[in-house]
Design a protein around this ligand. Structure first.
Ligand code: ADP
Length: 482
């Protein structure tokens, strides 16, 4: 077994040095599968963040001016370092977050793909020469790194959520101050350890852990920090958007989702079941693109539910380090109570528990994989993210009913639909008010495609060629008198 402590750092990384909080305060980090404290991190706040921003600001001109090939060589080295240490990084991730080790390994590999993708994309960040309306004038459009970028990331993908922000930022020459979630800080801090190891200049990457509102507040107040990219809850995202107004920062927001998973009468049911299992139960239902509401057309409803229940019962709950486990614990007690509350609310309003429905006998924060039938629009999860292993099944009759129910939410991140009718699929592209739509697929996140939502699910894109734009300013230069 790899040594999971190889890349575990219990300090902030500021200006190329590993440092504690100014007052020495720490926070415990707990393994959600066992309840054990696995280490401490600095409980930092305003002053440490200010110094991190100073360091990133000082490092920016030289890093932005570096030869492109030099900057990309560093990104390639970071990619290789990540993959060379995939096993120990994955074990660290599983221990702090709880997901099964196989999923953690997958997450590390996905992070590496983002590094590779943006090392490729950065070579194609092109400007334009636009035809001018009058002779003697030339219009140039050029692209420039925005400067210092603040990154705030969640606990559910503690490594890859940072990868898809770091990769485009570093590729185009931005410098970084990052704040990982205090629930899962080690996978974030590991990025600084790897970057130090492969030779990133001091100050290019800085990571601060601790008091989220204090760190976030310091980031938002500083005019030198030109952009903030956030993945997390819609409420915190809205707060950051408000705070960004004073210094007019660029913002990228990957916020909550309420994904509909729609199964039409003509769907390949086995395929739909595979899709819903992956979309609903991956990471124990703790992803923002998880199927949150399953809509099944009346003609196949009962057959679909029977198959879904059978597959759900076959899931194996346990410590993510143990072989064969497919479902880890929830991240903390608050998450457990929230998921339990959704099930109780639905039961009180008439839903039926087809399987699961309660805390597991393993104790801790383990919740049984659950299928509910008879779900209705007045149940809380119709409007809120469950973020847990609960699949509520709603029955619908006509296509229009299914689409209207799917769109009846303030969120608009991912949607999924299963049908074998091409015309219907094309109508779904037109009618579903979502930033991403999976047709006959429950797993759509990939480096080549722009990930992001509409409505209250966010602003901006991560991945694809679009993902680099948020790290660039566009400048127009007019050369006249030619
Ligand atoms: P989740 O429900 O996924 O934990 P949060 O939005 O609470 O979502 O957390 C996502 C990230 O936002 C975490 O790194 C968390 O520490 C951070 N965060 C929480 N509150 C604030 C805040 N007031 N300002 C800045 N960051 C915050």
């Amino acid at each position: 077994m790899a040594d999971w402590k190889n890349w575990m750092r219990e300090a902030n990384y500021i200006a190329g040095a590993w440092v504690g909080a100014d007052d020495g305060a720490t926070l415990d980090v707990t393994n959600p599968a066992t309840g054990e404290v696995i280490g401490q991190i600095p409980k930092s706040g305003h002053s440490e963040t200010m110094r991190a921003i100073d360091a990133a600001h000082a490092a920016f001109p030289a890093f932005a001016a570096m030869d492109l090939m030099g900057r990309l060589a560093l990104l390639w080295k970071l990619h290789d370092a990540l993959m060379d240490n995939q096993d120990s990084l994955a074990e660290l991730l599983t221990r702090e977050m709880g997901k099964p080790l196989a999923e953690a390994k997958g997450e590390i590999a996905i992070g590496a793909q983002y590094l590779r993708w943006y090392a490729e994309e950065a070579r194609r960040v092109k400007g334009e020469i636009v035809p001018a309306g009058v002779n003697g004038r030339r219009i140039l459009v050029t692209k420039h790194p925005v400067g210092v970028v603040g990154m705030i990331t969640p606990w559910n993908f503690p490594s890859s959520m940072l990868a898809r922000k770091l990769a485009p930022a570093l590729a185009v020459g931005c410098t970084v101050v990052a704040k990982p979630s205090e629930e899962t800080p080690y996978s974030g801090l590991a990025w600084a350890a790897l970057a130090e190891d492969v030779g990133y200049p001091k100050g290019v990457i800085n990571i601060v852990t601790g008091d989220a509102p204090a760190i976030g507040g310091a980031m938002m107040a500083r005019p030198e920090l030109r952009k903030v990219t956030f993945t997390g809850s819609t409420n915190v995202g809205k707060l950051l958007i408000r705070q960004s107004a004073d210094t007019v920062k660029k913002v990228s927001m990957e916020l909550g989702g309420n994904a509909p998973f729609i199964v039409f009468d003509d769907a390949d049911l086995d395929r739909a079941i595979d899709g819903v299992m992956a979309s609903k139960f991956r990471n124990s239902g703790q992803t923002c693109v998880c199927a949150n509401r399953v809509f099944v057309q009346a003609g196949v409803h009962d057959e679909f539910v029977a198959k879904l229940v059978e597959k759900t019962r076959a899931l194996k709950l346990g410590n993510g380090m143990d072989a064969g486990v497919t479902q880890g614990p929830l991240i903390n007690q608050a998450a457990l109570k929230k998921v339990e509350g959704f099930v109780e609310d639905a039961k009180a309003k008439g839903a039926t528990v087809a399987t699961g429905g309660m805390r597991d006998q393993l104790g801790g924060t383990f919740f049984q994989p659950t299928v509910l039938t008879g779900a209705k629009a007045d149940m809380e999860f119709a409007q809120e993210e469950i973020f847990g292993p609960v699949a509520p099944v709603f029955k619908f009759e006509t296509d229009q009913d299914g689409i209207d129910m799917a769109n009846n939410t303030r969120f608009g991140l991912a949607a999924y639909a299963y049908t074998s009718d091409l015309a219907r699929a094309m109508r779904l592209d037109r009618d579903l008010q979502y930033g991403m739509v999976g047709i006959n697929s429950g797993m759509i996140t990939t480096v080549e495609a722009p990930f992001g939502g509409v409505k209250e699910s966010g602003l901006g894109k991560e991945g694809g060629s679009q993902g680099v734009e948020d790290y660039l300013d566009t400048k127009y230069v007019c050369i006249d008198g030619l």
